[in-house]
Design a protein around this ligand. Structure first.
Ligand code: FEO
Ligand code: CA
Ligand code: CA
Length: 535
């Protein structure tokens, strides 16, 4: 399957199928006098196995793992990124894309499995990727509409590479996996990012490209036992057309543990895409297209924070890369090695990236770097020179630092609301939560930083996740009145530390005794409207 021609898709947009204004918006005419002086009351950290919300907010379960989305398909596991593609003709309808990042084998099979069968592995492959579901608001609440056009993209879906040179001899990969965060394009497609691909088909033992050793380290999930897919087929930014489900992998954006892909359209129609590699001491990248509407023609850059420069990952401009790689394709496939050759700055696990809709600053969540004894992380601010996202020079400063003083640790997904306030989630790993040095933070949470007013800059906890869970994928409806928590809040892996079906650490969202299920919830309430000054 190929994506529709860009122009054709834009024609569809202008016919009103979906909104043309899908990119992170710019808040125009914003003034601080619009901000309410009424204080926002947050919550204290919680270790309860429930979803706790600030007063005047409520949630509803929208969809959970295993729910039917059409006659043959079910919703996948461990939700992350959410994109809402509005129906321009009907304000209360849209298509929701939800990432399914990784699996918990015991939960999928509902028993601890040591030697997986091919059938079990295929069941796991079906549980990752993403879901496209029609949603509708009726009587004030969003519901999923079962529809023949709802679909699953999975670890079994054939996906072509958008690149002339074959990757490991193939023009297409088997499936997508590790789908963490993402982005949306100006033409209304979704970008879903393949993060920890090594869990599924492993990775090469040697990172030395001159070595003849192409042996593999065994993977956690062991899918390579039945499907010998090369690791080079994963770790890409994947574009999905929500109308058709057609997908393609974008080689020009390089291969790494992509957390997200945040798109800014320049005035001349070219694109800038920011993306981070979520691993200790890995790097921050941006792609600048040379053509409008293209994620294929252009240059990928990596950040050197010490000198404030974006360095091109381009064999023709970089003789040092030519010493290690024979082609530009190789330099992109082994992006981590390229970045190190070019002197890129090691970072504390770059996670989500958002562009401030008022200032244009680029915020990057640096979640933590435990080997470097950075437990609580920070949010980095990149100010591009002259506010130009195509600039090759920038200033980097710390915007927020995690810790007990600020009340959060390990920032991950971020989103700006309609008033330009920042919301972000935390991602303390299940194995470390509620233990030193993370005890004070209790379960993972959702946090708000007001842009202005009496609480400007203060970090306010707005929600607490169930035990061993993580909120991911926050996404506002276009009117700002609904936050999808995995529809604007994504409960990624409840009960992650459960070691057997008899000793489950979480039962959310069911009753005690039931198995936990990843789900997407909708959050609404008068407080959301107060915070954004919505009528
Ligand atoms: Fe999938 Fe880096 O979080
Ligand atoms: Ca993340
Ligand atoms: Ca995470």
């Amino acid at each position: 399957m190929m994506l529709p021609n860009r122009r054709k898709f834009l024609e569809i947009l202008t016919k009103g199928t979906v909104s043309a204004s899908l990119l992170p918006y710019t808040v125009s005419g914003y003034t601080s006098t619009q901000v309410s002086s009424k204080k926002v009351k947050g919550i204290a950290p919680s270790s309860e196995d429930t979803l706790v919300l600030a007063e005047d907010l409520d949630y509803n379960l929208l969809i959970q793992w295993g729910d039917s989305i059409n006659e043959q398909d079910t919703f996948g596991f461990n939700n992350d990124f959410i994109a809402f593609i509005p129906n321009q003709e009907k304000a209360d309808e849209g298509i929701l894309w939800v990432n399914h990042e990784y699996i918990n084998s015991m939960m999928i099979h509902q028993e601890a499995v040591t030697e997986k069968t091919q059938e079990q592995i295929e069941k796991e492959m079906y549980a990752v990727g993403g879901s496209l579901v029609r949603v509708k608001k009726e009587n004030g609440q969003w519901t999923v509409v079962p529809h023949a056009d709802n679909q699953r993209i999975t670890g079994l879906t054939e996906i072509p590479f958008n690149w002339a040179t074959p990757i490991e001899g193939k023009q297409a990969a088997m499936g997508t996996l590790g789908n963490c965060a993402g982005g949306v394009t100006p033409w209304g497609t979704v970008l879903t990012c393949e993060e920890n691909y090594q869990f599924f088909y492993s990775d090469r033992r040697s990172s030395d490209r001159s070595s003849t050793d192409r042996s593999m380290i065994p993977s956690v999930e062991g899918w390579e036992k039945f499907y010998a897919n090369p690791p080079e087929h994963y770790g890409w930014v994947v574009e999905v057309d929500p109308a058709t489900g057609a997908a393609q992998k974008h080689v020009a954006l390089g291969r790494c543990a992509h957390e997200c892909a945040t798109v800014k359209e320049l005035e001349d129609g070219r694109l800038v895409v920011y993306t981070g590699d979520d691993k200790n001491d890995e790097h921050l990248y941006k792609f600048i297209s040379s053509q409008p509407e293209s994620l294929r023609e252009g240059t990928l850059y990596v950040a050197n924070l010490d000198v404030g420069k974006w360095i091109p990952v381009d064999v023709e401009q970089q003789p040092l890369l030519m010493d290690q790689f024979k082609t530009q394709t190789e330099a992109l496939v082994y992006l981590r090695e390229s970045a190190k050759i070019l002197g890129a700055t090691p970072l504390d696990r770059p996670e989500d990236i958002e562009i401030d809709p008022v200032s244009g600053d680029v915020l990057v969540a640096l979640t933590n770097n435990i080997p470097q004894e950075n437990y609580f992380g920070s949010i980095l601010k990149i100010e591009e020179e002259n506010g130009d996202h195509a600039s090759l020079t920038f200033k980097a400063t710390t915007y927020l630092t995690g810790g007990e003083d600020t009340g959060f640790a390990s920032p991950d997904n971020m989103v700006f609301d309609r008033a330009g306030n920042l919301w972000f989630t935390s991602d303390i790993s299940g194995s470390k939560m509620n233990q030193p040095p993370y005890s004070a933070f209790k379960n993972n949470g959702l946090f708000l930083v007001m842009r202005d007013g009496p609480q400007a800059g203060e970090v306010i906890q707005m929600a607490s996740a169930p035990v061993d869970a993580e909120f991911t994928g926050p996404c506002f409806s276009p009117d700002g009145k609904t936050l999808f928590l995995s529809v604007q809040l994504s409960v990624q892996h409840p009960g992650e530390q459960s070691t057997s079906m008899e000793t489950l650490t979480s039962h959310w969202p069911g009753e005690p005794g039931s198995i936990p299920r990843s789900a997407v919830v909708t959050i609404q309430g008068p407080l959301l409207q107060q915070i954004q000054q919505l009528s």
